[in-house]
Design a protein around this ligand. Structure first.
Ligand code: C2E
Ligand code: CA
Ligand code: CA
Length: 803
């Protein structure tokens, strides 16, 4: 140890070496950290450890140089101890420093914490090092030691700051000069620090200062202060430059962003993780009705309509988790309007963390409205606003496509005698009646049922919900009953009855066309038999149609084979209580089917033209029969025959009739022709001309089924007819239905007014008879007096009557 004491003299060559090593350590270390570690996202502890150990070796070599500069002979043993301590401690310090400067989330307190840690490390390294080397000659100079400690602290803070700054910069070139300068400064400080500690710990007299100019301690101190100053200055200056460059870029970015933000045709906004608006553009303010400053005090939830609050919150949450979303949301504006916005949201990322959400919103209210309108128009009936035929069809298809076969029913509603309303009161009124019907149906049937208007007065209901046949029946009854109360149109009461046909899925049909066809058949079946009623489809109904086709073929044969027969229904004058005449009604005595009613074959006969030979036969047969009865009963009786439109328009009709009359020898005034309203509507002039010719012959003309057709009452005075025959449909409910009573009353009084005779058909009860008498209608025909009778039946009836 003695030998060491005499050798405390600076060897400048080692000092210079030490300086190079020190500079290289800093510069190389910095580059190494940058190239080797910084690129890695997850810094592996192993790699940092390796770099730290390498740095430890370097720091050790610096120390060797320092030691060599003051020690002539190396005490190897001490060098090894000392070296190990230096290497270990400086490796640990390097490790800590690297971790600190590489930390992404750099905070100010890291600098302090790191700085003091490093300072403690460096100081203790040197202190322990010196203690080991010079333990025999230790003489503390506290002023110098504290000064050294302060310098170490200052240096440590500076170096951590410098390293971090260098490391966080992306631009390698700009930082190169600063890096070199900083490394030189750090290298210098680091080289001189051990000397300063050394001076604070060793007896002064042992340090030989061999005639050099200046005190080496003061030189080291001066260098150190200068370099620490440089280390303070470099990051400051560098920071300013960097900031300038950054702010230039920021301005550029900001400008681009502002353009995007403010001149965007859509609303652009950003919200923080609490949903509070951070920024909004002018359009956002326009959409919501709130000013920009108002919005910045609000959260997005204040703007979203309550019914969409959950949706918006959910989307926002997911955006905060990093997802990008597009969705439509309803907002409520300041004045309480609703708007539909199509919003795209993007998370805002800063340094890998999501700090909010950007949104771009487009007002799609108009678009949606137009789309909905188009959809609405396509699927709704203009007049009633109800679903239309297309809607009905698609709904039906949808139900049929349903995976789990569901059972449902289709109801087809047709309003009885609706045409008459149109004809009597005009189409405008008719439209309003249809609207009222629609309204009534919507009131009676809740949303579970699809109610559609198919056109005209035809409505349909899809009955879902597995109601079963019984449930469907009840519903049909319910619908019918709802029309027991008159519809009010312009303060006018309008009473309507409906016929409902029902088909069931899957029992009756497998597809839409079949189901509709069968419901239609059932509906017509109701109309045929009665009205204001409903019926389920039955197989016989189809058979009936089949029946019709068979009948058509047979009918041709019927005329030749004499299968037609006539029945006669008496007409009574209720005042004198006399039979005044008969109506001849044809029947078909079919060899296999039996007696067929004219209702079943007249339409087919008209279609095929067979009606003409049939009616010729009826006419001559009826005339012959009447001739006989006139003689037999010795009184003036009339015979009415029905004349079809087709026959009426035959050119030779007048000739045909007059020749029949002539051949039978019957007074023309005994024959009455029953024509229908519809034929009177056709070719008005030709009709009038023909009717006039028939009148000239001396025939009576009566308008059959009056009230069911197309003509209005006022039109009747143009036609040369003698008599109106009120349709039995009006008589049927005359005692219970005030509407029917009103119609009959009007018809009768109009007939009187026009000088026309009037007869009511279908009188079945005394009550009906009384009402008609009260209205001054005395001619009647109906089951109350007699059903249509065979020849023998009439004779029997007349005998009993006369008695
Ligand atoms: P229509 O001319 O209206 O004949 C009256 C029908 O009412 C007859 O039916 C008759 O049986 C029925 N009727 C009479 N009184 C009552 C009653 O009190 N209650 C009920 N419920 N019904 C009553 P029918 O005989 O079945 O004839 C049906 C239709 O066939 C006739 O209706 C007529 O339009 C047509 N028709 C019959 N014969 C001929 C014909 O020779 N030529 C043409 N073109 N049509 C005919
Ligand atoms: Ca008739
Ligand atoms: Ca009739």
């Amino acid at each position: 140890m003695k030998s060491i004491i005499s050798l405390y003299q600076l060897e400048y060559i080692f000092v210079i070496f030490g300086f190079f090593v020190s500079f290289l350590t800093f510069y190389g270390g910095l580059s190494f950290i940058r190239l080797f570690l910084k690129k890695e996202r997850e810094q592996s502890k192993w790699k940092i450890g390796m770099v730290s150990s390498l740095l430890g070796v370097f720091f050790y070599s610096i120390n060797i140089m320092v030691n060599l500069s003051v020690l002539k002979i190396n005490d190897r043993e001490v060098l090894v101890y000392h070296g190990l301590i230096i290497m270990l401690l400086s490796s640990v310090i390097s490790y800590i420093v690297i971790r600190i400067i590489l930390n992404e989330n750099w905070r100010g307190r890291f600098l302090l914490r790191g700085g003091f840690l490093v300072a403690a490390g460096i100081f203790s390294t040197f202190f322990i090092g010196n203690f080991v080397y010079f333990n025999k000659v230790i003489a503390f100079n506290f002023v110098q030691l504290i000064l050294a400690l302060l310098l170490i602290i200052g240096f440590s803070l500076c170096i951590v700051r410098f390293l971090h700054l260098m490391n966080s910069d992306e631009n390698l070139l700009i930082s190169l000069g600063w890096k070199v300068l900083g490394s030189l400064a750090s290298g210098t400080v680091f080289l001189f620090l051990p000397y300063l500690v050394f001076y604070g710990m060793i007896e002064k007299k042992l340090i030989i200062n061999p005639g050099q100019q200046g005190d080496p301690y003061l030189i080291a101190l001066a260098f150190n202060l200068l370099c620490i100053g440089l280390l303070i200055y470099i990051p400051d200056r560098y920071g300013v430059l960097k900031q300038m460059e950054q702010s230039e870029q920021l301005v550029k970015h900001e400008q681009q962003f502002q353009t995007l933000f403010h001149h965007n045709p859509d609303a652009v906004f950003s919200v923080d993780p609490n949903g509070k608006f951070i920024s909004v553009n002018f359009i956002a303010s326009e959409y919501t009705g709130y000013s920009i400053s108002d919005l910045k005090r609000m959260t997005f939830e204040d703007v979203v309509a309550p019914e969409n609050a959950n949706l918006a919150k959910g989307m926002f949450k997911r955006s905060l988790q990093g997802e990008v979303h597009q969705f439509e949301v309803l907002i409520k504006t300041k004045i309480g309007d609703y708007k539909e916005l199509y919003i795209s949201t993007v998370p805002i990322m800063i340094s890998g963390r999501i700090v909010g959400v950007y949104g771009i919103a487009k007002d799609v209210t108009e678009n949606n409205r137009a789309e909905k309108m188009i959809h609405y128009l396509a699927y709704h009936d203009e007049l009633t606003g109800m679903a239309n035929r297309r809607y009905f069809n698609e709904e039906l298809e949808r139900l049929l496509m349903h995976e789990n076969q569901v059972s449902f029913a289709i109801m087809l509603l047709d309003f009885d005698r609706f045409k008459r309303i149109n004809d009597l009161f005009g189409h405008e009124f008719g439209d309003r009646v249809i609207q009222a019907i629609g309204k009534r149906l919507s009131e009676v049937l809740d949303d579970r049922f699809v109610v559609a208007r198919l056109g005209g007065d035809e409505f349909t209901i899809i009955v879902t919900g597995n109601l079963g046949e019984k449930g469907v029946s009840l519903l049909a009854q319910h619908v019918l009953e709802s029309f027991q109360y008159p519809l009010l149109i312009d303060h006018q009461e309008c009473l309507l009855t409906a016929s409902i046909g029902i088909s069931l899925y899957p029992e009756h049909g497998k597809d839409a066309a079949e189901l509709i066809k069968y419901a239609d058949m059932a509906m017509y079946d109701v109309k045929d038999k009665s009205t204001n009623n409903y019926a389920f489809y039955k197989e016989e109904m189809s058979n009936q149609t089949l029946h019709k086709i068979v009948l058509e073929n047979d009918l041709r044969r019927a005329i030749d084979e004499d299968e037609l027969i006539l029945h006669y229904q008496p007409k009574i004058n209720t005042r004198s209580n006399n039979v005044i005449g008969f109506e001849a009604l044809v029947r078909w005595q079919h060899p296999s089917i039996g007696l067929i009613s004219p209702d079943e074959f007249i339409a087919a006969a008209e279609e095929t033209g067979l009606i003409i030979p049939i009616e010729k036969w009826v006419m001559s047969q009826a005339c012959q029969q009447l001739k006989k009865w006139q003689r037999y009963f010795g009184q003036h009786l009339t015979m009415a025959v029905n004349l079809s439109q087709r026959h009426f328009y035959q050119e030779d009709i007048v000739c045909t009739i007059s020749s029949i009359l002539q051949s039978v020898g019957l007074e023309p005034s005994s024959l009455e022709l029953e024509i229908t309203e519809s034929m009177a509507m056709f070719n008005e002039n030709e009709t009038i001309e023909k009717l006039n010719k028939l009148r000239e012959l001396g025939l009576e003309i009566s308008m059959d089924d009056f009230g069911t057709g197309y003509s209005s009452l006022s039109y009747m005075n143009k036609l040369p007819i003698n008599r109106l025959k009120i349709d039995r449909l009006f008589i049927r409910d005359i005692t219970s239905n005030s509407g029917d009573l009103a119609i009959v009353t009007t018809i009768i009084s109009m007939a009187h007014h026009l000088g026309l005779e009037i007869i009511a058909e279908g009188v079945e009860t005394e009550a009906q008879l009384r009402i008609l008498q009260g209205l001054d209608c005395y001619e009647v025909q109906g089951y109350f007096y007699s059903k249509p009778l065979s020849v023998e039946g009439v004779e029997e009836y007349m005998h009993s009557y006369i008695k």
